[in-house]
Design a protein around this ligand. Structure first.
Ligand code: PLP
Length: 384
């Protein structure tokens, strides 16, 4: 049996998304910057997509920038806001949590080379931030706070709206919503954020397309030079077919989001109850009770199991099960996850932590099969 439980890493493309994209790879191939009819058709498609996506998150179209995905949106937002705000106010302290996606953490690290300083907010064991700890680090020099909406490794959902009342003038709030966009209601005004990132390939859209939302009036420098596209901030001919595909994925999400959430919540519950039935407290379900139902993070408690993450994931793969450690592996070697360590797990526990992530087409037969394989693996790895 083949089971794909790695949907937080990427989803397959929705047939309607592919169908919507094809004309823009074939007959509607124009460059949106051209003034002839081919170009105008492409321009209309881009601006329609922008309008639809803006409406979906409570923004206005001019606040949406198309990017090559979540990572680029994050780089653009953090660099763009931090550098411009520094020029205008000399604020150079960047705040984030230690369990953000590497796209945030590594962008911060890179900014440290030009004189910025990073301050980390404290994290509870369930992956949520400690609101009080903001008070100690939100000094006069603080420029930007980046906190993710839904943690990609353990599914914890943060109360983002709590943060903005703590900020003063010229302090900005960015939320990485890659794991939440299209899965739960995201409204930039309810979240009270100045900037937000989202990606297409987590919601049945194509890979290599995403958005940066940046509230108008927020300081923001260009990411890429060489053309006037995206209001002079991201030069380069637009990826029209993927933009159209992303808009189609959002259209589908608008209709299906609530039903999908319900279905996936039932799958999450079924899986969690199954694992508890088999293992009791020998396997820990990570995150909070009110986390995203799309993500289930499990730790084989190292008191009971000899953990080895490579063997664990490989054995699942041999049995036809696609799962992951947390975020997709980019280096070719699996190291204990910074996010799992960041929520207080030991290296031994982090080496026995896997993420299973669902889509609404998954079913209980698949879950029963995965549970039976996990039971076998557990027995093989029990400490004597
Ligand atoms: N942020 C989070 C929370 C993610 O889960 C991911 C991808 O897994 C990204 C950012 C990066 O998005 P992309 O793959 O579109 O670059």
């Amino acid at each position: 049996m083949q089971v794909y439980f790695d949907n937080a890493s990427t989803t397959k493309i929705h047939p309607k998304v592919l169908e919507a994209m094809l004309p823009y790879l074939k007959e509607n191939f124009g460059n949106a910057s051209s003034i002839h009819s081919y170009g105008r058709k492409a321009r209309v498609a881009i601006e329609d997509a922008r309008e639809l996506i803006a409406d979906f998150i409570g923004a206005i179209p001019s606040e949406i920038y198309f990017t090559s995905g979540g990572t680029e949106a994050i780089n653009f937002i953090i660099n763009g806001i931090a550098k411009t705000n520094f020029t205008e106010t000399e604020k150079n302290v960047l705040i984030t949590s230690p369990i953000e996606h590497k796209a945030v953490l590594d962008t911060y690290k890179n900014l440290e080379l030009s004189g910025f300083r990073t301050q980390f907010v404290e994290i509870n064991n369930d992956g949520s931030f400690v609101a009080e700890s903001f008070k100690n680090i939100l000094t006069e020099r603080a420029s930007l706070v980046s906190i993710m909406h839904t943690n990609n490794e353990i599914g914890t959902i943060n109360n983002i709206a709590q943060i903005s009342p703590l900020l003063s003038e010229n302090q900005f709030l960015f939320c990485d919503a890659v794991q939440a966009f299209g899965k739960t209601n995201i409204d930039v005004n309810q979240l009270k954020v100045d900037a937000l990132s989202a990606s297409g390939h987590k919601i049945y859209g194509p890979k290599g397309i995403g958005i940066a939302y940046v509230r108008s009036g927020t300081p923001l420098s260009p990411m890429q030079f060489g053309g006037s596209q995206e209001r002079n901030r991201r030069g380069g001919t637009e990826n029209i077919a993927s933009i159209v595909g992303l808009a189609e994925a959002v259209k589908i999400a608008k209709v299906e989001m609530e039903n999908n959430f319900r279905t996936v919540s039932e799958l999450h519950k079924y899986f969690s109850e199954g694992i508890e039935y088999i293992y009791g407290n020998k396997i820990v379900i990570n995150g909070s009770k009110n986390g995203s139902p799309y993500i289930l993070s499990l730790t084989f408690n190292s008191e009971y199991f000899k953990n080895d993450i490579d063997t664990l994931l490989m054995t699942l793969d041999i049995n036809g099960i696609a799962a992951s450690q947390g975020s997709a592996c980019t280096s070719g070697t699996i190291k204990p996850s910074h996010a799992i360590l960041g929520v207080g797990k030991s290296v031994e526990d982090a080496s026995g932590t896997i993420r299973l992530s669902f889509n609404p087409e998954n079913n209980v037969t698949e879950i029963d099969y995965v549970l039976s394989v996990l039971e076998k693996i557990g027995k093989q790895n029990l400490r004597k």
